[in-house]
Design a protein around this ligand. Structure first.
Ligand code: PAF
Length: 280
């Protein structure tokens, strides 16, 4: 595995692979866990040359968010990538023009709901950095986790709206044994918070079970999830059911694929999760 820090260098190295091998990119902000490793494995299933990028993107953090506290674990991350057979680890110091970017991507509608409501500008930051990474690496395929479903939907839309010849692959959420979705932010949880945080997934599962039992109206389903969270002392930032493909709100399930989405602050960690509610 080669660790590459400059844009010019990675571009030069990828020249010999283009048109010969399928190139996959798994963008990350480091602090890699099993969820990230599943992105790498998915990339390996669909491509020949695997690039992992590690870049903590300042543009996607709001002024009161955890940019400064965001964990940096580069040596462990590099060892994990090496063990997974990654070909190139792209680790740039900065991806933006000096003085900050003057040209950015703005995401509308898809970014106005769910996490976008409490994190204004977050998805513009994600879209801008992913666009930069796509321009540098020019992958054939890029892999993102389904835990960040809103992000995945937005990236699919970027690629389609901007006519980028890149296939976007989603990788299923990887969970701890009690169901908590893996996240770099789980390390902020104290042990009692860690214990209660599994209830996010359980609330989504309660919604899914009620749906499978025949409830197809969104509001009673959401109410059952809220009751579950309340019983465990969790006040959700949101708990919503939306169409899976375009995140449009939905009252009656059973037609288009839907998903239930939850976000809640547990201690200092803001946790998110989602679950599929497909037509039965
Ligand atoms: O999902 C993440 O880790 C980040 O949002 C991403 C896609 C690497 C962009 O910074």
């Amino acid at each position: 595995m080669k660790i590459v820090e400059s844009t010019a260098d990675i571009r030069e190295r990828l020249k010999s692979h283009r048109g010969v091998s399928k190139i996959a990119l798994a963008p990350t902000m480091g602090c890699l866990h099993e969820g990230h490793l599943s992105l790498i494995r998915k990339a390996r299933e669909v491509a020949d040359i695997i690039i992992v990028s590690i870049y903590v993107n300042p543009m996607q953090f709001g002024p009161n968010e955890d940019l400064d506290a965001y964990p940096h674990t580069f040596n462990a991350d590099a060892a994990a990538c090496e063990a997974e057979g990654v070909d190139y680890l792209f680790h740039p110091e900065n991806l933006y023009a000096k003085g900050g970017p003057k040209v950015t991507l703005a995401v509308s509608e898809l970014a106005d709901c769910l996490c976008g409501k409490s994190r204004p500008g977050h998805f513009d930051g994600v879209a801008t950095v992913v666009n930069i990474l796509f321009n540098i690496i020019q992958p054939d395929v890029a892999v993102f986790g389904e835990k960040d479903w809103q992000q995945l939907s937005i990236i699919r839309r970027i690629v389609s709206d901007l006519h980028m010849p890149i296939e976007i692959a989603g990788a299923p959420t990887v969970r701890e044994s009690d169901g908590l979705a893996m996240s770099s932010r789980n390390r902020y949880l104290e042990s009692d918070e860690r214990n209660v945080s599994k209830e996010l997934r359980a609330s989504l599962q309660a919604i899914c079970d009620a749906y499978k039992d025949g409830e197809t109206q969104a509001s009673p389903l959401i109410a059952s999830g809220r009751d579950w969270l309340e019983k465990h002392g969790i006040k959700p930032e949101y708990l919503e059911i939306r169409e899976a493909a375009n995140l449009a709100s939905i009252d009656q399930l059973g037609g288009a694929d839907a998903r239930a989405f939850v976000a809640a602050k547990v201690g200092n960690a803001r946790l998110i999760d989602n679950i599929a509610l497909e037509p039965l």
